[in-house]
Design a protein around this ligand. Structure first.
Ligand SMILES: *[C@@H]1O[C@H](CO)[C@@H](O)[C@H](O)[C@H]1NC(C)=O
Ligand SMILES: *[C@@H]1O[C@H](CO)[C@@H](O)[C@H](O)[C@H]1NC(C)=O
Length: 388
C-alpha cells in the first residue's frame, strides 16, 4: 500500500523537476572537479590520465545537458578551455625546420637536424608524461606491450599504430627478419594476416623485460583527426564484412532514425556523422578498435621509453634515418605501398576538413577533445582554428 502510493507520487513528479535535479547534480560534479583540479594535475591518479578523465566527465555532463539551451554548452566550453589553459604546458622554443629533400652533400647536416627534432619529441613526451601521468612507477604488464612487434635480429620493437604507415613498416620488419628478400615481394595478405611477426606479449616476463631494456623502441604517429578519417574511410566506405558486421550494425541501429532493413542486416553505409556519434558516445554499443584508438593508448609512451617517435607526415625520411641508424642493409628502404583501397586518394588534411564539415561544431570540438592527449604528447597543432 505504502509502496504503491509512493510510486504514484513519484510518477506525478513533474518532468521539469527531474531536469532541475540533473543540473544540480551536474553542477556539483563540475564544482568538485574544479576544486580538485590543481591536485589532480600534480598528483595524478595511477593508471589514468587526468585530462582524459576530466574530459570524460565533461562529456557526460554535456550529454546530460544536450536537451538544455545552447548557452549551457557555451559556458561548458569556456570552462573546458580554462581547464585546458591550466593543463597546457608552455611551448618550448621553436626548432629549426626540416629539410625534406636533402641533397647528398647535405645528408649529414639534415640528419643532424632530424636527430635534434627526434630528441625534442622525446623530451616533450617526457614532460607531458611527468605532467599528466602517474609519478608512481607503474609496472609494465603483458597488456601494455600487446601492440609491439619484435624483430630480434636488428633488435627492434615497433609499436603498431594502424593508419600511420604500419603496413609498410611490417613489410620492412619482415625483410629485416629474413622472411622475405625485399619489400616488393610480400603480398598484402601476408603482411596483415600472415602472423609472421612476433608480438612482444608472446614472450615470458623475462623475455619482455630484456627486450624492452635493450632493443630500439619505435612508434610512428599521425595527425589524430586525419588518422581517424582515414580509419573511417578504410573500414566503412569500402566493402568489409568484418567491420560492417561488428561495428556497422550496432552503429546504424543506435544512431540512424528509421534505418532500412538492408542497412540493419548488412551494417553497410555507416555515415561519417554516425561514426562520430559512436566515437563520442559514453555508452558505445560496441567497443573501441585499434584503428581509431588513441595512439598513446595503444603504445603507452609514458610507460615504455620510446627511442624513436616518428611522424607519418615525414614517414619516409624518418624511417630511412632509423633504418640506417639500426644498421639495416643499405639497400633496404621503407616502401610506400598503399595497401588498403589503392585507388582511393590518401587522406589529407583537406579531405579531413571535408569530412568534418558534415558534423556539428560541437561534435568536431568533442572529437578533438577525444584525441587531445595525442595532440599534446605528439605536438600536433589544432586542426581547426575555431577549436577551443
Ligand atoms: C612542436 O611543433 C611546433 C610547430 O610545428 C614546432 O615549432 C616545435 O618546435 C615543436 N616542438 C617540439 C618539442 O617538437
Ligand atoms: C639488397 O641486396 C642484396 C644483394 O644484392 C639482395 O639479395 C637483396 O634482395 C637486396 N635487398 C633489397 C631490400 O632490395
Amino acid at each position: 500500500m505504502l509502496v504503491d502510493s509512493l510510486r504514484g507520487r513519484r510518477r506525478r513528479l513533474p518532468c521539469s523537476l527531474w531536469f532541475l535535479l540533473l543540473f544540480a547534480a551536474g553542477g556539483l560534479v563540475l564544482f568538485i572537479h574544479q576544486q580538485d583540479l590543481s591536485e589532480m594535475v600534480q598528483q595524478q591518479v595511477p593508471g589514468q590520465s587526468p585530462p582524459a578523465e576530466l574530459r570524460l566527465s565533461m562529456h557526460v555532463l554535456m550529454l546530460s545537458c544536450s536537451s538544455a539551451n545552447a548557452l549551457q554548452d557555451v559556458r561548458l566550453l569556456k570552462r573546458m578551455n580554462m581547464y585546458r589553459t591550466l593543463l597546457r604546458k608552455p611551448r618550448p622554443p621553436s626548432e629549426p625546420h626540416l629539410e625534406l629533400k636533402p641533397g647528398l652533400g647535405t645528408l649529414g647536416r639534415s640528419w643532424k637536424k632530424l636527430s635534434d627534432i627526434l630528441e625534442a619529441r622525446r623530451q616533450l613526451m617526457k614532460e607531458m608524461c611527468a605532467k599528466y601521468k602517474s609519478s608512481i612507477s607503474r609496472t609494465i604488464t603483458r597488456h601494455h606491450v600487446k601492440h609491439l612487434f619484435v624483430e630480434d635480429k636488428y633488435k627492434l620493437l615497433y609499436c603498431q599504430v594502424p593508419k600511420a604507415g604500419c603496413s609498410n613498416w611490417k613489410r620492412t620488419l619482415m625483410v629485416l627478419a629474413g622472411q622475405a628478400p625485399n619489400t616488393q615481394s610480400i603480398k598484402h595478405d601476408t603482411v596483415h594476416y600472415g602472423h609472421h611477426l612476433k608480438k612482444l606479449d608472446s614472450f615470458d616476463r623475462q623475455g619482455i623485460m630484456h627486450r624492452l631494456e635493450t632493443y630500439t623502441k619505435v612508434m610512428f604517429v599521425r595527425e589524430p583527426l586525419e588518422r581517424m578519417v582515414s580509419a573511417y574511410r578504410d573500414k566503412f566506405e569500402n566493402p568489409n564484412n568484418y567491420y560492417h558486421s561488428l561495428f556497422g550494425k550496432p552503429i546504424i541501429s543506435k544512431y540512424r532514425v528509421n534505418p532500412s532493413w538492408t542497412a540493419l542486416k548488412t551494417g553497410s553505409g555507416v555515415t561519417f556523422k554516425e561514426f562520430v556519434q559512436y566515437l563520442l558516445d559514453v555508452h558505445r554499443p560496441v567497443g573501441m578498435d585499434i584503428h581509431w584508438e588513441q595512439a598513446n593508448q595503444l603504445c603507452n609512451p609514458c610507460l615504455i621509453d620510446y627511442d624513436f617517435i616518428g611522424k607519418f607526415e615525414n614517414m619516409e625520411e624518418e624511417s630511412n634515418f632509423l633504418l640506417r641508424w639500426t644498421g639495416a642493409p643499405p639497400n633496404l628502404t621503407l616502401p610506400s605501398f598503399k595497401d588498403r583501397n589503392p585507388t582511393d586518394k590518401r587522406t589529407s588534411m583537406q579531405i579531413t576538413q571535408n569530412y568534418f564539415s558534415q558534423v556539428s561544431m560541437l561534435e568536431r570540438q568533442r572529437v578533438y577533445d577525444f584525441y587531445y592527449m595525442d595532440y599534446l604528447m605528439f605536438n600536433y597543432s589544432k586542426p581547426f582554428k575555431d577549436l577551443y
